[in-house]
Design a protein around this ligand. Structure first.
Ligand code: ZN
Length: 317
């Protein structure tokens, strides 16, 4: 009888613990379900262009493109100066304070100065002065995590308090995804600050669960393992109609012999951008319905080659 009681006790404790761990209404957590945007097209604007340079704004946009946007069905568009009476989703202010969001997820919708990023680090985070763009990119990936409805990982109730002693901070989530993740960009206890601005595997699973996975490429081109002198000009065509306001998200991956073999990407309107060579793994957006690819090699070494794919398109409405 004692043994049965003990088993019952253990079972009920287990059930209780299971409830603590997986109850979706639990107070502390990770993703705030009600703050998930219901449109995967999120419009972003800058509150005041004079507070930042185009170089800074492009760096931030590129960091988001290569993380949250690249790994989900999300498309962040706009990135122009905010207009006072126009509705936007995320309004970014640049100021010399600790970067933060005023709310998480869709609660930021059209909120004045909803996200604040730094670009001088004169009074806050002075160690970033040596590396302003990279620092800002790393921080922006974290803040955009919040803007997508993700709370701090170390706010989770299953945070191992013996190894992660940072106090919970900010809004909590109410859904836990995956195991507690030391490598998350949203975890203060991560030994690599903001995970170097790179999403962890669980960050990617999280974003895909709430915002969908990336569909198979719409169009792609691959050099393959090239070994001869190659001079290829080719075009990837997305579709006809409404090209003038179409945005294309392109991913360029692979490797060429650095400085000798290269690829250039352009569009009808802006043919052939800068030469890209060496190890490549980047995403960019373009306007139009066509991507023009120019590939040149001198065949002195063989590498894995280059793969270019169009992952998403949308109308910039
Ligand atoms: Zn944070």
């Amino acid at each position: 009888m004692k043994r049965i009681l003990l088993i019952l006790l253990i079972l009920s404790v287990n059930v209780l613990m299971a409830n603590v761990k997986y109850n979706p209404t639990i107070y502390r957590g990770y993703v705030l379900n009600s703050s998930i945007w219901n449109d995967s097209n999120i419009h972003v604007c800058w509150e005041d262009f004079e507070q930042s340079t185009p170089e800074y704004r492009n760096a931030i946009r590129s960091a988001i493109l290569n993380t949250w946007e690249r790994h989900s069905s999300l498309f962040f568009s706009g990135w122009q100066e905010c207009v006072n009476n126009e509705s936007e989703n995320i309004r970014i202010q640049v100021a010399d304070v600790g970067p933060h969001v005023k709310a998480i997820g869709n609660r930021l919708d059209n909120l004045d100065n909803g996200m604040v990023l730094n670009n001088t680090y004169q009074s806050w985070g002075t160690s970033c002065q040596n590396n302003i763009l990279e620092c800002s990119q790393t921080i922006a990936v974290h803040e955009f995590g919040h803007a997508l409805g993700i709370a701090h990982e170390h706010n989770r109730p299953d945070t191992p308090i013996d190894t992660c002693t940072d106090a919970p901070q900010g809004t909590n989530g109410d859904i836990i995804i995956g195991d507690w993740d030391l490598n998350s960009v949203m975890n203060y206890c991560n030994p690599t600050w903001n995970n170097g601005g790179n999403l962890s595997q669980i960050d990617i699973e999280t974003i895909q669960r709430f915002y969908g996975t990336v569909n198979p490429p719409i169009a792609s081109w691959s050099s393959g393992q090239y070994s001869n002198n190659e001079a290829i000009d080719t075009t990837l065509v997305v579709e006809n109609g409404r090209c003038e306001d179409k945005e294309i998200l392109l991913t360029i991956k692979g490797e060429t012999e650095s400085n000798f073999d290269y690829i250039q990407i352009g569009t009808d309107e802006e043919p052939y951008g800068p030469r890209l060579s060496g190890a490549l793994n980047l995403s960019r957006t373009y306007h139009g319905c066509e991507i023009k690819i120019r590939f040149r090699s001198d065949s002195s070494i063989t590498t894995g080659g280059i793969h270019v794919s169009i992952n998403k398109t949308r109308l910039d409405t």
